[in-house]
Design a protein around this ligand. Sequence first.
Ligand code: X8Z
Ligand code: ZN
Length: 600
Amino acid sequence: MNIRHVGVVSLLALSGCASWMELGGGRESASAFLERFDVEARDVSIEAARAAWVQSTFITEDTQILAAKAMERALAYLSEQARLARAYDPQSEDARTARLLKLLQLSSGVPSDPAQLAELTQLGARLEAAYGAGRYCPPGEDEAACLDLEALEDIIRSSREPDQLLMAWEGWRSVAPAMQQDYVRFAELQNIGARDLGYADAGALWRAGYDMPADQFSAEVERLWAQVQPLYEALHCHVRAELGEQYGQTSVPQQQPIPAHLLGNMWAQQWGELYPRMEPYPGVSDLDVTAALKAQNYDAKRMVKQAEAFYTSIGFPALPQSFYEKSMLTKPRDRDVVCHASAWDIDYQGDVRIKMCIVPDEEQLMTIYHELGHIYYDLAYNPQPVLFQSGAHDGFHEAVGDTMMLAMTPRYLSSVGLAPEPSQSHEAVINQQFKMALDKVAFLPFGLLVDKWRWQVFSGEVGPQDYNRAWWDLKYKYQGVVPPKPRPEDAFDPGAKYHIPGNTPYMRYFLAHILQFQFYQAMCDAAGHQGALHECSFAGSEEAGARLWAMLQSGQSQPWQEALFELTGTRSMDASALLEYFQPLTAWLAEQNQNRSCGW
Ligand code: X8Z
Ligand code: ZN
């Protein structure tokens, strides 16, 4: 059970009172059981969500304890219900009831021992808080010189001084060693829960959530990676050559992996920040959205309104007023918060919020689009029973907002005043594609490796002494990046990435980066787009919006293959839409790399 993203939890733990069976009622029908569960589950999960919201937006020891307690109650209720659900045979029920039962039966995965469950939720809350409140204090300086993640990320994004970059890169990682011991135990406890359900370990449980056998899912992931790997390697080759020119061949040796602190992102996961310094055709079609946001004095709320306007242009509803009242859009000055962006559906019926520390730049604007994708998914499936209020699979949830980003073509940006009149030249196309690839293609191996690491940790293939070595082995193998300097003995670098202490599964983002191109292609078709895929923007097309909305409304009520089929006409995830989109860039990169020796 992913305790941060539990989704469904509830208050009325039957353990505290006589169960309905003991009261002599006989066994409820499956549908009566599920109806009662739906009512009760809302109650406890809403309480847990409110406590988690307060913890994340006001980190103190007290909020941490309260959030852990609420989560513990919720999970205790949920696992008890999941246990009771196992008394029913889905085979003898109608399809809808059978799916609800199956989802509930598999929805737990926490230890049944109350002391272990309490320990699990406390560790979860403590890890989340440690990340959120993390700071790097340069040695020999006073408190005022300490830097939080946002300040350190700022340096990684904008500095071109290797020493500064190294300071920020190493500095942020200094928050993680203190987490390792907690994380070891946290993983152990999750394994205990998964084994109670009959899974080999927590990784196997996570892989089981995709409407197909877990082994087949692993094979699917490999297949998708094989489709996109050549494009990633071509991009890597070109970026390495460019960085070699900028920092010198000694700092960036060609034919070797790229030092991770030079890629403009704290985790080297998306490289879009490098764009201005390696624009393929300098000055052709200005795509500097950050400069436009700053020049026009955009603030956080206006950026969110801007994103909302995109969604309403495709026929999605306006956001509820409470969204603006209850969201946390900027970083409060007076307290620690978890700045990592997230979207929340507090009550399963319209109390939706986002939590972000928005500053006016392009990356943040894109993240707002991403978060609103989650919010609209929530709003669309709110009429469903809670057990169906999830993405068709978790990658679908992550893909919705990203699909909108693909439709933010230079023409669209120009129409909203964030870019000048677009140029139609081939040079302009390459510029735009290169910029998109720095985010979307560069991300793919990172999206893949985070859970490859976690799966190895859960299975025991990698023990605590090897956590860091295994992390960097994967970074080397898939991304072709290396740490700028040998890492210290006690380093726990995975802990410096939010989703590890935050316990959010990560393969969803890899899948989303494939799926979003499939969604985009289908929406472009619905919008009647003719011509090359990368030229399409479905902004303003209610036809495109209606197709997507229909899929969002179905939530997790059907296997994801069916949801995908309704939108795209195919039942499998496939990278061919991504490859089609990047065709012009693929040809251009092949030319650029002609006399280079690629790989590492
Ligand atoms: O965590 C996120 C979102 C919230 S679901 C901001 N993303 C991943 C990350 O930041 O590592 C979006 C892209 C990948
Ligand atoms: Zn997300």
